[in-house]
Design a protein around this ligand. Structure first.
Ligand code: SF4
Length: 346
């Protein structure tokens, strides 16, 4: 029933037109904790720039991070790059074909390994991501005792249901069902293809909402002629320390310890995991002091080079909103930038 429903109702996504293990791997890594709408455009650009595993392995890490900008969770890009190099060095450039072997690669975990192995190679192993967990829990009332089912229970139940003849299609169908029908807050049970088998049918226990924290931050946009040439403009950026817990090694605008006494040129809301940042951006001319921790790298980048630099998502958003940096295709078409909405200056 699920296998018949999937081809009719699956969203048309670029990585569903390929069986290339490399491209499936890229899409699965990008889809971890990032919305599908955001991934579509990034996946296309990434695979245009790095069309093969070898091209990714040979790339500079700075270039990989630059293309990852906007997807967040940059550690994924570093591990992806490390894994590509390892595959070239130790596997002759071809991804391993089983989930067990794939899991030995950097950044390939309990969800990604079965997804690649089943979709690309047909290994009969079930995928349990957040969507599948929700479907299984509701389908079989696995939290009827008020307890969240363990990872072991979920994997065992998913393996029992798996169609061994079409494991890749089955896994994608389960994930699609969770993403489009068995929605977190309001499941669309009346159009659900497994309604007759479901033990809860919308009578599930809602999960408590995650507490969102609000924070304020101020950044400086300082521009000046690049190397004295009035026809070229440069922007001052600072590099986050390699030891930073979030976005190590990425470039961002200088952060101000507190807002100066002038009107901001932009106000932006930016969401990162459980925090909402209300960010004010001020124009700088050397009068506003910048204090960065000792050892922090600062550099002037010509504006036309900004798309090649690994920027934080927030820096990228600010620079595009202020037309300092070119907007990618999806934003030019009028879609929102990932991670929040902005507001005009007061
Ligand atoms: S019937 Fe409703 S609760 Fe059950 S799996 Fe389908 S959408 Fe989810």
């Amino acid at each position: 029933m699920l296998l018949a429903w999937y081809p009719e109702h699956a969203r048309d996504l670029p990585w569903r037109h390929t069986r290339d293990p490399y491209r499936i791997w890229i899409s699965e890594v990008m889809l971890q904790q990032t919305r599908v709408a955001t991934v579509i455009e990034r996946y296309t650009r990434f695979t245009e720039k790095f069309p093969s595993l070898l091209s990714l392995a040979l790339a500079r890490q700075e270039d990989v991070l630059a293309l990852w900008s906007g997807l967040g969770y940059y550690k994924r890009a570093r591990l992806l790059h490390d894994a590509a190099r390892l595959v070239v060095a130790e596997h002759g450039g071809s991804l391993p074909q089983t989930a067990a072997e794939l899991r030995k690669l950097p950044g390939v975990g309990a969800y990604t390994a079965p997804a690649i192995a089943s979709i690309a190679y047909g290994e009969p192993i079930a995928v349990v991501d957040g969507n599948v967990e929700r479907v299984l829990t509701r389908l079989q009332a696995l939290d009827a005792d008020g307890q969240r089912p363990t990872a072991g229970t979920l994997q065992a139940r998913a393996d029992e249901l798996l169609d061994p003849e079409s494991p890749g299609i089955f896994n994608q169908a389960m994930m699609e069902l969770g993403a489009t029908i068995c929605l977190p807050r309001t499941p669309l049970c009346t159009v659900c293809p497994v309604y007759v088998y479901c033990r809860t049918r919308g009578e599930h226990t809602p999960r408590p909402r995650t507490q969102i924290v609000s924070r304020q931050a101020s950044y400086l946009l300082w521009r000046r002629p690049f190397r004295g040439q009035t026809s070229r403009v440069a922007v001052l950026l600072v590099k986050r320390p390699e030891s930073a817990a979030l976005m190590p090694g990425m470039w961002e605008l200088p952060e101000l310890p507190e807002p100066p006494e002038q009107q901001p040129i932009l106000r932006v809301r930016h969401a990162i995991t459980t925090s909402n940042y209300y960010v004010s951006v001020f124009a700088g001319d050397g009068q506003i002091g910048i204090t960065t921790p000792s050892g922090t790298e600062r550099k002037w980048f010509p504006e036309r080079k900004l798309t090649e630099i690994p920027l934080t998502g927030l820096a990228r958003k600010i620079l595009m909103r202020l037309d300092v940096m070119a907007k990618p295709r999806e934003v030019r078409r009028g879609k929102a930038l990932p991670g929040g909405e902005d507001q005009p200056p007061a």
